[in-house]
Structures are given as structure tokens and as C-alpha cells.
Ligand binder design. Structure first.
Ligand code: TMP
Ligand code: ZN
Length: 412
């Protein structure tokens, strides 16, 4: 179920600095039933982040098998308002700028089909590749998105090319960082991508993670924490070329990376040069900024626990707002459990009625929050801060407060 890599996934280097030690943790999406909580058996794996001295790629070396992680998946992209809007604009860009009528668009890790659903099926041919059977089925049945229930491998790419031809655009949203075999990913892209096609992928940006102490975005599924510099190294190793990059606020800070075959005539854009210079100025090619983050995260844990203890001492009722995967990293690392939190409210139906991995906080329907609001809501889904503050205007008007833990704990 678990093994430890000895070499860097991007450059094969063997020298690392370990800069975040989040302890042995259960899988962040492994919510438990009451029976499982009672049985008391829960698998835990080391959650440590390393940076490679060869290419400065930040990564996990502890790898949980992909079958364990992804065959059945509780993450559905569509549960919020923010993400569908982001995906709609992404799809529009792909349709307007990168493809024309009849072109073939493939998405790796298409989840519930939310992004592909934004394409007009009479204008573009679309295909999703999604390893989680339950999520792939949802995309097919509920959204009528052609979806292959498979992991992304060179074999998958070969099969698609044989049956459906090459793709003008390959998209991947927050999936490349989930895959251990990065060389296999780029190999598959090389096979399926048309000679003048574009591979466009998004991943959380390491610069944002460091600047905003977003340590909770670390969990076993996320093997990679990309900066532009190592992303370029990964592409070049795979016979591809980095041509453009854009920054977005989504998920606490995201980069959208545009790559072509190495033979393409395109030159890297000014934005690529700008972000490479930014990373250099932050000294991301030295251990210091990583180790400094490690120290800030320890302090965050102390400060957050102090604030929660003070609130409890004042007799305040506290609940978690959202039960996202990253919330479980935060709760487990800080040791915040059911003695502090009455419940965690979450809009995702499959999570409701279950208990959070590790700390065993019961997950409830948002109606519970309406019926029995706490005094303070710990905002674990802080990446939707604006959406949540807007939605909960009533709670706030009646004196309810949000405790937002990232980048540093504060009451709102
Ligand atoms: P994500 O950060 O991985 O997208 O997950 C967000 C989680 O937060 C997801 O489980 C849904 C939950 N959530 C709520 O419960 N209420 C909300 O208003 C929002 C925006 C998210
Ligand atoms: Zn490396």
C-alpha cells in the first residue's frame, strides 16, 4: 500500500532537504463510518515534504498506491460555486483560443465531467479519462460525458490515439501532481498530442503555498508542489517545451501551464521569464525558504491551538466549516478533534454522516449549521473564503465569527 521513493521524480537526484514534517497521517479523503471509528483500525502513513537539490522540485517521497487512493474517490469538483465558474472560463479559452470546430479535446483526470460539460459536443469532440469508478460513472450518467475509466498511462494514450486519433488539446486540472510516474505522464502526452497541439495543465503554485503558509494543501494524494522552474525541467525531460504560464487565485494560488512538443516553433512567453525570475529572487534554488516555511508552520500550530483553547475557556461552541481534504491535514497536524469541534458541516452528500479521518469529527449536513450554529466556525475550506463569507452573512450578522487558519489564524 505504501513505499518510499529514493530518487527525485523529475531529475533522478538523491539529495533532499526535508522541510515539513506533518507526522503519520491517515489519507485525507478516507472518511470513516461509525463502525469503522469503533473498530479503531486506521492506516496512517508518513506525511513529509522534501525538496530535491538537483532540480528544486518539492515533493513527497512516501507514496501510497494509486489504487488505494483513487479507485473510489470522494472528491467531486462541482460542490462549490467558485470551481464551476473557473472551469467555464477555462473551457471557453480552450474552445476560442486553442481549438477549432471538430478538434479533439481530452482531459486527464476529468472527475465529474464539470470542465468537459462546458464544451459544445457538436463543436468539439471530447473525452474524459478518470480512474475513480464512482466519479467516472457520475460523469457518464449525469452529464453524458464520454469517459474512460482508466489511469493515465502511455498505454491509455496509445489506445485513445488508435481508436479516436490525436488530440489538439490535452487538459489536466490538479492531477499531474497526483501521479508518481511523471515520465509516464509526459510520455502519454507525447503520444496523444497533435504535432501543433497544446497540453494545458493546472496545479497549485509553490510560491503561493510558501507565501501563504498553505501547509494543509499537503496530503498523500498531492505528490508534487510545482514551481515553474522544476515544471520546465519535467517537460524538457519528457520531450516537451514550456511556452506559457498564467497565475490564478483558485485553490489558494494556481498556475496554468502551457506546453508543446519540443519541436514547436513557440518561444517561452514573458510571463514564463517573469515567474522564473520571481522564483530565483525567492531563492527557491536553496534550502532556506523551505526551512523557513517549516518554522512558520510550527508557530501556526501553536497559535491556532492557543486561540481555540482561549475560545473554549470562554465557553464558546466551535464547529468546522467545510470538511475538505486539506482540513484533515490541518486537524491531524494540530491535534484538533471532537473535544474542540462539535461537528464539521459540509455540502458534499457522500461525506455527510461520516467521520473525519484521524480526528473523527462527525460530518453533518449544512442544515445542522442553520439549526444549531456554533459561536465560532473554523473555516477549513479557506480557499472559498469570499464565497463562504457571502453565503453566511446571516450567521455573521447574528454575531457568529469565522476563525480562518491560513495564512495566520485570525477571527473574522
Ligand atoms: P476543496 O477545497 O478540495 O474544493 O473542497 C471544499 C470542501 O468544502 C468540499 O468538501 C465542500 C466544502 N464546502 C462547504 O461545505 N461549504 C461551502 O460553502 C464551500 C464553498 C465548500
Ligand atoms: Zn530533482
Amino acid at each position: 500500500m505504501h513505499r518510499k521513493n529514493e530518487v527525485c521524480r523529475v531529475c533522478g537526484g538523491r539529495t533532499f532537504t526535508k522541510f515539513l514534517e506533518l507526522g503519520d497521517q491517515p489519507l485525507a479523503n478516507a472518511f470513516l463510518t461509525a463502525e469503522q471509528v469503533k473498530a479503531g483500525k486506521e492506516d496512517k502513513f508518513p506525511l513529509d515534504v522534501y525538496v530535491c537539490h538537483g532540480c528544486w522540485h518539492a515533493q513527497l517521497l512516501d507514496v501510497v498506491s494509486k489504487e488505494t487512493l483513487f479507485s473510489h474517490y470522494l472528491y467531486f469538483s462541482t460542490t462549490t460555486k467558485t470551481m464551476p465558474a473557473h472551469f467555464a472560463s477555462f473551457a471557453k479559452e480552450v474552445a476560442d483560443v486553442h481549438t477549432k470546430k471538430g478538434d479533439f479535446v481530452v482531459e486527464i483526470g476529468s472527475n465529474d465531467g464539470i470542465l468537459l460539460a462546458a464544451f459544445d459536443p457538436r463543436e468539439r469532440r471530447i473525452l474524459g479519462v478518470e480512474p475513480a469508478t464512482n466519479v467516472a460513472e457520475f460523469a457518464r450518467k449525469e452529464r453524458a460525458i464520454p469517459t474512460m475509466n482508466r489511469f493515465w498511462t502511455p498505454e491509455t494514450a496509445t489506445e485513445i490515439t488508435r481508436d479516436l486519433g490525436k488530440a489538439k488539446v490535452i487538459i489536466s486540472n490538479n492531477v499531474i501532481g497526483h501521479i508518481d510516474d511523471l515520465a509516464g505522464v509526459t510520455k502519454g502526452v507525447k503520444i496523444l498530442l497533435e504535432p501543433d497541439g497544446t497540453w494545458i495543465w493546472e496545479a497549485p503554485y509553490l510560491v503561493d503555498l510558501i507565501e501563504k503558509n498553505e501547509f494543509d494543501t499537503v496530503y498523500h494524494e498531492h505528490l508534487a508542489y510545482f514551481a515553474v522552474h522544476p515544471a520546465r525541467a519535467m517537460l524538457e525531460r519528457g520531450g516537451l517545451k514550456l511556452v506559457d504560464v498564467k497565475r490564478f487565485g483558485i485553490h489558494g494560488g494556481t498556475i496554468r501551464v502551457y506546453a508543446k512538443h519540443e519541436e514547436a516553433p513557440d518561444e517561452p512567453s514573458a510571463e514564463v521569464q517573469k515567474l522564473l525570475a520571481l522564483e530565483k529572487s525567492m531563492k527557491l534554488d536553496t534550502p532556506e525558504p523551505y526551512l523557513a516555511l517549516g518554522e512558520r508552520v510550527k508557530k501556526l500550530r501553536t497559535d491556532l491551538n492557543q486561540m481555540l483553547a482561549d475560545l473554549k475557556a470562554q465557553g464558546k461552541r466551535i464547529a468546522a466549516y467545510g470538511a475538505p481534504a486539506k482540513g484533515n491535514t490541518l486537524l491531524n497536524y494540530c491535534g484538533i478533534g471532537a473535544q474542540v469541534l462539535d461537528y464539521a458541516q459540509d455540502t458534499t452528500p457522500v461525506k455527510q454522516g461520516l467521520y473525519t479521518p484521524g480526528m473523527h469529527v462527525p460530518v453533518v449536513h449544512p442544515a445542522e449549521f442553520r439549526k444549531s450554529p456554533p459561536d465560532v466556525a473554523l473555516m477549513l475550506a479557506w480557499n472559498y473564503e469570499r464565497e463562504i463569507l457571502e453565503k453566511e452573512a446571516e450567521f455573521r450578522k447574528r454575531g457568529g465569527k469565522f476563525l480562518i487558519p491560513i495564512p495566520t489564524p485570525r477571527l473574522v
